[in-house]
Design a protein around this ligand. Structure first.
Ligand SMILES: C=C(O[C@H]1C=CC=C(C(=O)O)[C@@H]1O)C(=O)O
Ligand SMILES: [Mg+2]
Length: 463
């Protein structure tokens, strides 16, 4: 790298964030491992690191350090708060000419009105950050940006220090291989409140038969205890090897780390084109091509799974109808096959109307009936009443938005919370009129499988 290339940092001011100044600088770098960059921040930025890779693997993003945090602690108005604060901040930094935009990354809790005890002690109801150092890999090109958002006037020394730190991070990521970690041993695996979970499915099915709701998603948790803590970089590296066909995400909040490999897109916006995917209805993969195809066919024709799926298509279509024009929804679902499981899948596309933006869609889509139920409010209150835990960020939106309003959110399923020597894994399923507790229980095992393979903790008869 040649320091002559550096342009002087740009500086913007704005009304609401008048006191702040936003300094930024981006350089293109030769390609390096995003995980090595994440790991290079282990000492300085522990507790403040974020990771994202889209399903197609065309976009990888790493954030180290917090240039600015936008979080919400109140159960009400959190989507608006994040949107408004980000837009205010963006007024100072938007520059249509800029090839690399600053990105705000983070997530929401599933249900801020759930009052059950929570292990998610470090995660507020919404938690987003603009990182101090942002690395982007887009296709064949890689960029590293510095973001400094400050009220100080004299930033010359501070910015200079950040340039040095950036060079150190890049150097470290380019020369060192990802550390080889020993996979911690799982000393104990506990199914949390299994009997209550089975019982809740019976009760919810009865409630649905009594026509108080049409569909409710009920989930449960597994707890693993390790002999030593698992490093976030190691967890991410395992998950990226095990689940190549999913969105990969990770976010640290102090000493807790939430990560996962989810197949489910909540919504993506690019140049005002919006895309969502309805994903609900499941069956395992078959051991041979023939069995796999037969299972897939059965799923496509299964009444119970098609009904689970159709609630999602209907709801997402309604939300898209409100926010977009030129909507497109295929009439019948296809199969999405991933390593352990196959799902019914319907993409929904639309062109955003003036005045609607990505975070409006996130607010109105969350939770879709793939994670909440139908009708939404009844399902949420039934989940509060019958589910045996607090979901934290499981099943909630996680993703990013840039200064232009483009971005993508996934639904944080197939995920786990790491907390010291403990991990909490989550899985659920859509309960409809003809659901059966044992079958739903089995389905959760299939959904736990990828995370169990990543973390260890599967029993010897599980592959
Ligand atoms: C709730 C989960 O999956 C949802 C997404 C796809 C299929 C689902 C199902 O068939 O039940 C669930 O709605 C989970 O993985 O924990
Ligand atoms: Mg299901």
């Amino acid at each position: 790298m040649n320091s002559q290339q550096y342009s002087s940092p740009e500086n913007f001011t704005d009304t609401r964030y008048l006191a702040y100044r936003f300094y930024t600088e981006t350089i293109e770098v030769s390609r390096m491992s995003a995980l090595a960059f994440f790991e290079a921040g282990e000492q300085q930025f522990k507790g403040k690191r974020m990771f994202w890779q889209n399903r197609e693997k065309t976009f990888t993003w790493v954030g180290l350090g917090h240039a600015h945090v936008i979080s919400a602690h109140s159960p009400h108005g959190r989507f608006e708060q994040i949107k408004e604060e980000w837009q205010s901040l963006c007024k100072q930094i938007v520059n249509e000419e800029r090839e690399v935009q600053p990105i705000l990354f983070g997530g929401f809790s599933f249900d801020p009105l759930n009052e059950k005890d929570s292990v998610w002690t470090k995660f507020p109801e919404a938690y987003f950050a603009v990182p101090t150092f942002q690395m982007i890999i887009k296709g064949e090109r890689a960029y590293v940006s510095i973001h400094l958002i400050t009220k100080d006037k004299d930033t010359f020394t501070a910015f200079d220090a950040l340039r040095k730190e950036r060079d150190r991070l890049i150097h470290s990521a380019q020369v060192s291989e990802l550390k080889k970690y020993r996979k911690p041993l799982v000393v104990k695996r506990t199914e949390l409140k299994k009997d209550e979970y089975l019982d809740s499915i019976k009760k919810v099915t009865a409630v649905i038969k009594a026509k108080q709701a049409e569909k409710v998603v009920i989930a449960r948790a597994l707890k693993l205890n390790f002999d030593q803590p698992l490093a976030p970089a190691s967890a991410l590296s395992q998950v990226s090897e095990e689940q190549p066909e999913s969105f990969l995400f990770g976010m640290e909040a102090e000493n807790q780390f939430f990560f996962g490999a989810t197949p489910e897109r909540l919504v993506k916006v690019e140049d005002r084109q919006a895309l969502s995917t309805c994903l609900a209805g499941s069956t395992p993969r078959g051991k041979t091509v023939e069995i796999d195809a037969a299972l897939g066919n059965e799923l496509l024709n299964d009444k119970k799974n098609r009904s689970e799926h159709q609630f999602v298509v209907k709801m997402i279509s309604q939300v898209f109808d409100a926010h977009s024009s030129k909507m497109f929804v295929p009439k019948t679902p296809k199969l999405m096959k991933i390593r352990d499981i196959q799902h019914l899948y319907t993409p929904v596309e639309g062109e955003l109307k003036d005045g609607s933006n990505l975070l409006d869609l996130v607010r109105d889509l969350h939770p879709t009936p793939a994670l909440g139920g139908e009708p939404k409010q009844e399902a949420m209150s039934l989940i509060r009443q019958y589910e045996t835990m607090n979901r934290g960020y499981y099943a909630a939106p996680v993703g990013w938005i840039d200064a232009k309003g483009d971005g993508e959110f996934a639904v944080a399923i197939r995920s786990a919370l790491l907390d010291g020597k403990d991990a909490y894994l989550y899985a659920g399923g859509g309960i409809v009129e003809d659901s059966h507790p044992e079958a739903e229980y089995d389905e959760t095992w299939v959904k736990f499988r990828p995370m169990l393979r990543v973390l260890g903790g599967q029993m010897s008869d599980e592959s």
